[in-house]
Design a binder for this molecule. Structure first.
Ligand code: ADP
Length: 274
């Protein structure tokens, strides 16, 4: 399903001295099956934006469409609950949300809560564990005796067990070592490819962004400052740096090669354009 935000604003604590306009007239869409990254400095509105996509937040003004459904301040709780089955969200440090006494119960918690068939989910567990890189023997263990990386995989398995059509990831690799980050990104890349899932990922890891995302949305002060492919965005290096965002080393390499050879590159795989 396509996701469309039209002129969305979101004001926190409206009409109080703490009133904050976190989103200011944002228009953006996420096409079904696409992999997008949302970048921008802290406080620019990234979390507020993605929390609209799974109905955690409703717009103060503007129009929000998730598939065929329009979400507005009067949308009923039942409809929001149905939406959550389709839109999975992995929060920052998802392992902090583990609480059951076994890994299996933690993974099954979301599907159970959403009223999905537990038999169906249990049958799919071996394949799911393999996808997230966990061994089946882990199911009977307490999540609290696992390593940090295993805990994160368990928490993510709980979201994937719902088989969401749309997966929202809020800094999914934060706090992992470089190897763990790579493995985690491979997991999402494979999920995206195998399930044709739509992925929206907030990240500060510019290397990840330039490697994986088909499209980048750059936020600044509640607005969308730029959007485009990694190549289009990182070409605007000065503007990106002005937002205090890193520009990946690779961009510098590409620019250097382009300058030296006079060739333009169409992608990050160093393939010259026709
Ligand atoms: P980001 O994810 O880019 O760091 P956020 O969407 O979290 O940005 O925040 C955007 C703005 O909204 C910030 O000024 C932040 O302080 C404010 N904000 C976010 N959540 C709340 C909230 N629950 N109550 C009040 N203000 C909030």
């Amino acid at each position: 399903m396509n996701i469309t935000l039209e002129h969305i604003s979101h004001v926190f604590m409206e009409k109080t001295p703490f009133e904050t306009t976190a989103l200011n007239n944002v228009t953006v869409s996420f096409r079904e099956g696409s992999f997008s990254a949302v970048i921008g400095r802290t406080g620019s509105g990234k979390s507020t934006l993605v929390q609209h996509v799974n109905g955690l937040l409703k717009p103060t003004s503007g129009r929000l469409f998730i598939g065929d459904q329009e979400i507005h301040p009067k949308t009923k709780r039942k409809e929001i609950k149905a939406l959550r089955k389709k839109v999975g969200m992995v929060f920052q440090y998802p392992e902090h949300q583990l609480f059951e006494d076994t890994v299996e119960k933690d993974i099954l918690f979301g599907p159970k809560n959403a009223g999905l068939s537990l038999d169906h989910t249990k049958r799919k567990l071996p394949a799911l564990l393999e996808q997230v890189g966990l061994d089946e023997s882990i199911l009977t263990r307490s999540p609290f005796e696992l390593s940090g990386g295993q805990m994160r995989r368990t928490a993510i398995a709980g979201v994937l067990a719902m088989e969401p059509e749309v997966l929202i990831l809020d800094e999914p690799t934060a706090g992992l070592d470089p190897e763990g980050q790579d493995a985690m990104m491979r997991l999402f890349q494979e999920w995206h490819r195998d399930k044709q899932a739509t992925i929206i990922m907030i990240t500060h890891q510019m290397e990840e962004v330039s490697r994986l995302a088909e499209r980048i949305v750059v936020m600044d002060e509640g607005n969308i400052k730029m959007q485009g492919t990694a190549e289009e965005i990182f070409r605007r290096e000065t503007e990106i740096r002005a937002l205090e965002l890193d520009v990946p080393e690779r961009v510098k390499v590409l620019k250097h090669i382009e300058r030296e050879t006079g060739m333009a590159f169409s992608s990050w795989s160093l393939t010259p354009k026709e």
